[in-house]
Design a protein around this ligand. Structure first.
Ligand code: HEC
Ligand code: HEC
Length: 362
């Protein structure tokens, strides 16, 4: 989190020099600028090990993976099986796919999912599309790498806390898995390797090559006239592209747009991670690729449709931390909202059955 330290050092300096700015003002990002936490920069994906074609529209973003967990075919094949395998939870109740279903845009369609210990999540399950490109994980960005995030999900969501060694041993005792771990890691199943395989599979969940991408690549009739008008609203009057810029359709920043009530004490979001109250109520901008496939929306899962979200955005919950763009709301006509929705539909892409089909478990 060196960037946060930098920000805080900078803010102290500002206070020292100006002698009057409050710490809150000093550390707040400049208007409209996302605050992005530091993540150790992973390396580009080694194309000799992983040569799968990058979907149209994502070429410029650059797929990365950590040096000690480059993507390989055997790891992806293994990780996919583990993603579906409930034997990774102590009571055999939960797998990753329990909450991240491919036919629900890798979410679960509910407002809040239920963890293996029976408790209910306080944030809505986010999509896994294009998480390979994320700079930080979770709605509040508290995990710096996908590997750390997945270990945390295994322990907390699936109830494996203090049991990962035991569970890895159980997996290792399954002959089919022994073979797959041998192929992927030249060794036995360990918690670390389970996480690495899951991360490798998760990095292959990509969304690109949509009608919009064909349009952006020059095929003028790839999207409807309504979607074209919607794209204009998206970039101009709606100002959506400021935070959801084309490419990944997320700036990877953290913004307070009032969802959840502005600066709630019980869920400060990025404010807790950045350890600064000026970010309370800020959450990570989600990607809009394939967004129409996974209502409900928001970290609170409170919007049942995009139209509901747009209705909310007309007068977002106000607070001192509210993003300047959201201040006063974004008011669109019904026709503009309908066009915007058609544009969002044009970001839907067909899934690769190799990624979404249910695997056979050993
Ligand atoms: C009981 C439901 C549940 C299960 C099981 C579950 N998740 Fe999640 N997942 C969530 C929720 C809820 C969040 C968001 C939590 C937050 O932001 O605080 C999340 C967040 C994530 C994210 C972060 C996405 C982003 O954009 O930052 C990834 C990646 C992820 N899960 C992968 C996995 C993997 C891999 C597994 C299996 C090891 C798994 N999840 C198991 C509910 C679940
Ligand atoms: C100031 C930055 C910003 C602007 C401008 C903005 N968004 Fe967002 N958007 C966000 C953030 C942050 C969230 C997550 C909010 C939360 O849940 O706390 C979000 C959430 C969403 C969601 C829910 C997605 C999901 O997976 O839950 C949709 C849909 C969406 N925005 C569409 C739009 C559209 C359409 C516009 C233009 C009218 C727009 N946004 C303008 C930052 C922004």
């Amino acid at each position: 989190m060196s960037r946060i330290r930098e920000l805080r050092t900078a803010s102290l300096l500002t206070i020292f020099l100006a002698g009057m700015a409050s710490a809150q003002d000093a550390a707040a990002p400049p208007a409209g600028q996302p605050a992005t936490p530091a993540a150790s920069a992973p390396s580009p994906v080694n194309r000799e090990l992983w040569s799968a074609k990058t979907p149209l529209g994502l070429e410029d973003v650059g797929l990365t993976a950590p040096d000690d967990n480059q993507i390989t075919k055997p790891k992806v094949v293994l990780g996919k099986k583990l993603f579906w395998d409930k034997r990774l939870s102590p009571q055999g109740t939960h797998a990753c796919v329990t909450c991240h279903l491919p036919d629900k845009g890798w979410t679960d369609g509910t407002q809040f999912s239920v963890k293996a210990d029976g408790s209910i999540n306080t944030r809505h399950t986010p999509t896994l599309y294009n998480v390979a490109y994320n700079k930080a994980f979770y709605w509040d960005g508290r995990a710096e790498t996908l590997e750390k995030q997945i270990l945390a999900a295994w322990e907390a969501q699936m109830g494996a806390k203090d049991k990962v060694n035991e569970l890895a041993k159980k997996i290792d005792d399954i002959a089919g898995y022994k073979k797959l771990f041998g192929e992927a890691f030249q060794g036995d199943a360990t918690p670390d390797r389970i996480v690495k395989a899951l991360a490798s599979f998760t990095r292959t969940i990509l969304s690109g090559n949509s009608p919009y991408d064909a349009y952006a690549a020059g095929k003028a009739d790839a999207i409807s006239e309504a979607a074209k008008r919607g794209f204009a609203v998206f970039r101009t009057k709606g100002r959506c592209a400021v935070c959801h810029p084309p490419g990944l359709f997320t700036d990877q920043g953290f913004h307070n747009i009032g969802v959840g009530g502005g600066t709630p004490k019980d869920d400060p979001g990025y404010g807790k991670v950045a350890n600064h109250p000026s970010y309370n109520g800020a959450f990570k901008t989600p990607t809009l690729r394939n967004v129409m496939s996974h209502p409900p929306f928001g970290h609170t899962g409170q919007f049942r449709s995009v139209l509901e979200f747009l209705k909310y955005f007309e007068s977002p919950f106000d607070s001192p931390n509210l993003d300047p763009i959201a201040k006063g709301g974004v008011k669109l006509t019904d026709a503009e909202k309908a066009d915007l929705q058609q544009f969002l539909f044009s970001l839907d892409s067909a899934d690769d059955p190799e990624t979404t089909s249910k695997p056979e478990l050993p």
